[in-house]
Ligand binder design. Structure first.
Ligand code: DGL
Length: 286
């Protein structure tokens, strides 16, 4: 699984909860995040470098735990990894879109996401076939920076939420898609501002169900009789900073974080020459 940073951990949490025997290898591309303001071609190239690394490590399934990357690279990823190497690719946009389509009562659905996701119109496309659903989109770039700083409550988070969410509130939506995997980390202020009558939709639980389905279909589920899963977390940026937030947002499964360069072609990744490229193997919790 990968994301530009800590946001994908919200998806990782659901995967660990729903599939407790699976081993997760997670990469946070913190040296190159945020992806949201980047050009789509740049996001595609960053995402492919990271997925190359994951596939070279022998993963049996890939999760693009990032909406911006899902919008930028899903088609290429399925061609390169699923058709090319037999590795299924799961993304986060369709799970959230189909949940929103199911739960809305008045057909007015809000989307908050990165600039890249909003501009890609990936959610508009995903919801296009659903009759009677109208989408109101709002880019909220500062939410990602807040989550990456660990600022998920308090006056700053609330101010930012109030200013971003005013237009979606005014559109009278009854359902709001948190179309960025970082945003569930700010669910407190978002839900406070939107009010109790608006259903917040995140992709994490539905995405984990897609992971289960894909593994079950291919008979790839790991049994309970094997050794305890050993999860592994890597970041392309500062592993210590990532580790603090990852432990807070994901939980005790994060024991240490390794630094990775994620291979050639990564924009702006910095690995000091004396820092060994990892994996550090980590102990799973339960
Ligand atoms: N968490 C990511 C997403 O779901 C990326 C946010 C960013 O890096 O801008 O879009």
């Amino acid at each position: 699984m990968f994301d530009s940073g800590v946001g994908g951990l919200t998806v990782a949490r659901s995967v660990l909860d729903q599939l407790p025997h699976e081993q997760v290898l997670y990469i946070g591309d913190t040296a190159n995040g945020p992806y949201g303001p980047r050009d789509i071609a740049e996001v595609r190239s960053l995402a492919l470098s990271i997925m190359d690394e994951l596939v070279d490590c022998g993963v049996k399934l890939l999760v693009i735990a990032c909406n911006t990357a899902s919008a930028a690279v899903l088609h290429d990823a399925r061609e390169r990894y699923t058709l090319g190497r037999g590795v299924p690719v799961i993304e986060v946009i369709h799970p959230a879109a189909r949940t929103a389509a199911r739960v809305t009562r008045n057909g007015r659905v809000g989307l908050i996401a990165t600039r890249g996701t909003v501009d890609s119109r990936a959610y508009d496309d995903a919801l296009q076939a659903v009759p009677g659903v109208e989408l109101f989109s709002q880019a909220c770039p500062r939410f990602v920076a807040l989550a990456e700083r660990g600022v998920t409550t308090g006056p700053e988070a609330l101010d930012v939420a109030e200013s971003y969410l005013a237009p979606v509130k005014a559109a009278d939506v009854d359902t709001l898609i948190l179309g960025c995997t970082h945003y569930p980390l700010l669910v407190g202020p978002i839900s406070y501002v939107m009010g109790e009558d608006v259903t917040l939709v995140t992709s994490s639980d539905e995405t984990a169900k897609d992971v289960y389905r894909a593994l079950a279909r291919k008979n790839l589920l790991r049994g309970s009789d094997g050794p305890e899963p050993r999860h592994e977390f890597r970041s392309t940026g500062d592993p210590d900073a990532f580790s603090v937030l990852a432990r807070r947002f994901l939980g005790p499964e994060v024991i240490a974080v390794g630094r990775t360069s994620s291979g050639p072609g990564v924009v702006g990744a910095h690995v000091p020459p004396d820092t060994p490229s990892l994996p550090i193997a980590l102990q799973g919790s339960a």
